[in-house]
Design a protein around this ligand. Structure first.
Ligand SMILES: Cc1ncc(COP(=O)(O)O)c(C=O)c1O
Length: 389
């Protein structure tokens, strides 16, 4: 066989090559048959599969302790692929208010397709059994929850789901696989917005779903059918992000714990929620299902009202006023005005977010720099000073 022109001496490139091909030449009709019959792995058309994407799928599967993983164009594509693959008309879905806001938009589409939906607050998770019906097919949750960092006991939800053999799906974006592996706690599938900590640099959008090979096959079918396959360049960036993922996750969790301990003592901060604090109502559950720290997400109320929260954010110099999370830079937003914006106003507040609640995503900056920034911005709140932000 002729040498591979990319590696003529077997000298592998140090980074995963970006394969931008949309289609691939068949070596023969026999090879075409073998690929089509699933006898051999082979690349044929980008909507089916791509070698750069496949490399990332293997790495994310390993991080989650999964047999395999399907990577797609965004976190919401991943959530939607899960709903479309497993739910049909008449099925019942239990989902929590405290999940990323765009799930609400997708829920409107699902209802139009005949899926029945029950919304619960994360702090009602222990009563989930009361909401399970014979038709319940899926329970979808985030823990720590988004944005309030409430904790749901995944193993307890698994137990409740077993009454009707419903699937348990966990969006693990907030926790990250460095701190939590839902599959080991009884979840059937783990979903990620890989746009966040897995990519980690605010420069790509991707989603991932990890689980058994059987789930991989079903989800792969959906992706291939609807065309949510990630492009090779984004897969390359994600692959590069994954190289430092564990280092970043470790640094972020350490800083988050220090920042949370500082915030806990401040008079202009209330309802602070960080699962690593002993004062968190579900700290014990968090400690049992998370490891090596508690991630980098915090939620808290600033001062008395929305103006105080805006004053605080406008005064920050290091922390960026932006949505998204899990990045190298610390990011802060008011969920009422951003991630939860598309929920009807009354739904935005029913599960506990206030107009002065902020969601802080810690980055890799040293904790003392973040604390200095937060301290001076809270001083502006205390003095009623508004800076141009
Ligand atoms: C927890 C969580 N899941 C899913 C998503 C959706 O991800 P994407 O923006 O990549 O579609 C987000 C986005 O912020 C999120 O925070």
């Amino acid at each position: 066989m002729a040498p591979d022109p990319l590696t003529p001496y077997g000298n592998r490139p140090m980074v995963t090559p970006i394969v931008n091909a949309v289609n691939y030449e068949y070596l023969s009709f026999e090879v075409l048959r073998q690929i089509t019959d699933g006898e051999i792995d082979g690349y044929t058309y980008h909507r089916d599969d791509n070698p750069t994407v496949r490399e990332v799928e293997r790495k994310i599967a390993a991080l989650e302790g999964a047999e395999d993983c399907v990577v797609c164009t965004s976190g919401m594509a991943a959530c939607t692929m899960v709903y479309l693959t497993y739910l049909k008309v008449g099925d019942h879905l239990i989902i929590f208010h405290d999940t990323y806001g765009a799930n609400y938009k997708v829920s409107l589409i699902l209802e139009r397709l005949g899926v029945e939906i029950t919304w619960l607050n994360a702090d009602e998770a222990d009563k989930i059994g009361e909401h399970i019906r014979p038709t319940t097919r899926m329970i979808f949750l985030e823990t720590p929850s988004n944005p309030l960092c409430k904790i749901i006991d995944i193993a307890a939800v698994r137990k409740a789901a077993d009454a009707v053999t419903a699937m348990v799906v966990v969006d693990n974006t907030f926790a990250t696989p460095y701190h939590q592996n839902p599959l080991t706690l009884g979840a059937d599938l783990v979903v990620h917005s890989a746009t966040k900590a897995l990519g980690g640099h605010n420069d790509l959008m991707a989603g991932a779903i990890a689980g058994t090979k059987e789930h991989y096959n079903r989800l792969w079918f959906t992706r291939q059918a609807i065309g949510t396959t990630l492009d090779a360049y984004s897969a390359f960036l994600l692959d590069r992000g994954l190289k430092t993922f564990e280092l970043r996750a470790k640094a972020i969790a350490r800083s988050a714990q220090t920042v949370a301990e500082f915030l806990a003592e401040h008079t202009k901060v209330s309802r602070l929620s960080f699962p690593g604090l002993a004062s968190h109502p579900d700290h014990a559950v968090a400690a049992s299902q998370m490891h090596r720290g508690f991630g980098g997400m915090l939620a808290f109320d600033v001062g008395e009202d929305e103006e105080d929260a805006k004053r605080f954010i406008a005064a920050l110099q290091t922390i960026y006023h932006a949505v998204s999370l899990g990045a190298t830079e610390s990011l802060i937003c008011i969920p009422y005005l951003t991630t939860m914006l598309y929920l009807p106003p009354e739904r935005r507040t029913t599960f506990g977010i206030g107009r002065n609640t902020v969601r802080l995503s810690i980055g890799i900056e040293p904790a003392e720099i973040l604390i200095k920034d937060i301290k001076q911005a809270l001083a502006c709140v205390a003095q009623g000073v508004t800076l141009d932000g």
